[in-house]
Design a protein around this ligand. Structure first.
Ligand code: SAM
Length: 341
């Protein structure tokens, strides 16, 4: 029987607003080898290692979500590829892909270690990868990431493409930077057949600077792009907040993710679990359910499934992010790196 969202199989995870949750973003660490200025403060305190879910617990959690109808899992962080033995998790979930219970297993990465892992990821059934890359300028990259090496990321992107992975480039739009580089980024991505997606900075976690100074509205950025390129909106949806346009001159796609100027919460089909097993059913609200505690209480999954079902039923209608000139206090105390970007 077809479920109301047309996915074929029935989905057990439906919230009070009738939204079907089929997409899990699973964070495997809050640590990262970069310190992007909009994401982390320079001296971050990370969670104690004992708080982290083990790889076995991550797998158990993923399987519980799959059993309840989740068909897409994105492994994220922090930087997922810095988690020790992370390929064991991908390998453990690969059979779920072959069996068709999971339609997509993917990851979001900063790309610094992608050259090392691209072939293994492809072997585990990963077909697409999102790489976060905000600039193609060596010095700006080093300064935005507080010390990262652009060469490593470029090498990672090439390795992913050679391994047959489709690569999407995610750029956080930052004032006094992205405007200058937008053409270069667009050509870089589209010359290689990669979609380029811009994201508005979201007020998540204290990063030690006033976010209003970083914020560049995508409305403004799009106007700038349209002054030089011909965009036509596409009906294509990835089930997420991105809206896409085709660039006539390159044939490639640009995505725009605008949590601040628009939110698309009515279509939201996703939830997030942190590396310590906290389930957040909305990126922009403080709701939280401790699945680690539930898992560690019993080896049987009955209570775990019940806790997941209950949390999904209570998924908030949406978020209400705002950036105001009110000092450095963020709208939410959680960093993106802790929630799982
Ligand atoms: N380390 C991986 C990466 O770099 O893609 C995965 C985690 S990272 C937190 C996921 C995404 O969140 C990255 O594209 C990053 O640029 C984005 N991000 C982090 N903080 C953000 C913020 N405050 N607003 C918007 N995007 C943010």
């Amino acid at each position: 029987m077809l479920s109301p969202d047309g996915h074929g199989s029935s989905c057990g995870l439906i919230d009070r607003f009738g939204r079907h949750v089929r997409y899990l973003r699973l964070s495997v660490t809050d640590r990262c080898d970069l310190r992007c200025v909009y994401c982390m403060s320079e001296h971050m305190t990370f969670m104690p290692r004992r708080e982290l879910l083990s790889l076995e617990e991550l797998e158990r959690l993923a399987r519980a979500f799959i059993r309840r109808g989740v068909t897409k899992i994105r492994i994220t962080g922090g930087e997922p590829l810095v988690r020790k033995d992370i390929m064991r998790l991908f390998a453990a979930l690969a059979p779920q892909l072959s069996a068709g219970d999971l339609r997509e297993l993917t990851l979001t990465t900063n790309g610094t270690r992608l050259a090392h892992f691209a072939d293994d990821l492809a072997r585990c059934g990963v077909r697409r990868v999102n790489v976060s890359l905000d600039t193609l300028d060596l010095d700006r990259y080093r300064s935005l990431t507080r010390g990262g090496s652009l060469a490593d990321v470029l090498e990672g992107i090439e390795a992913a493409r050679s391994a047959g992975l489709a690569v999407k480039i995610n750029v956080v739009a930052l004032r006094n930077g992205t405007e200058v580089e937008v053409d270069h980024l667009l050509r870089f991505a589209h010359d290689r057949g990669m979609t380029l997606t811009f994201i508005e900075t979201m007020p998540l976690g204290d990063v030690g600077v006033d976010r209003i100074d970083q914020y560049l509205s995508l409305k403004q950025l799009r106007r700038l792009i349209e002054s030089r390129w011909t965009l036509s909106d596409l009906p294509f949806r990835s089930g997420g907040p991105a809206r896409y346009a085709r660039v006539a001159e390159t044939g490639g796609m640009i995505g725009f993710i605008t949590p601040l100027t628009h939110n698309f919460c009515e279509d939201c089909n996703r939830v997030r679990v942190t590396a310590s097993g906290i389930l957040h059913t909305c990126l922009g609200q403080e709701d939280a359910v401790d699945l680690k505690a539930v898992m560690r209480r019993s080896q049987d999954d009955t209570e775990l499934v019940r806790a997941i079902d209950r949390a999904i039923r209570d998924k908030p209608r949406g978020h209400d992010f705002a950036i105001e000139r009110n000092g450095t206090l963020p709208a939410l105390s959680r960093h993106m790196s802790a929630t799982g970007g």
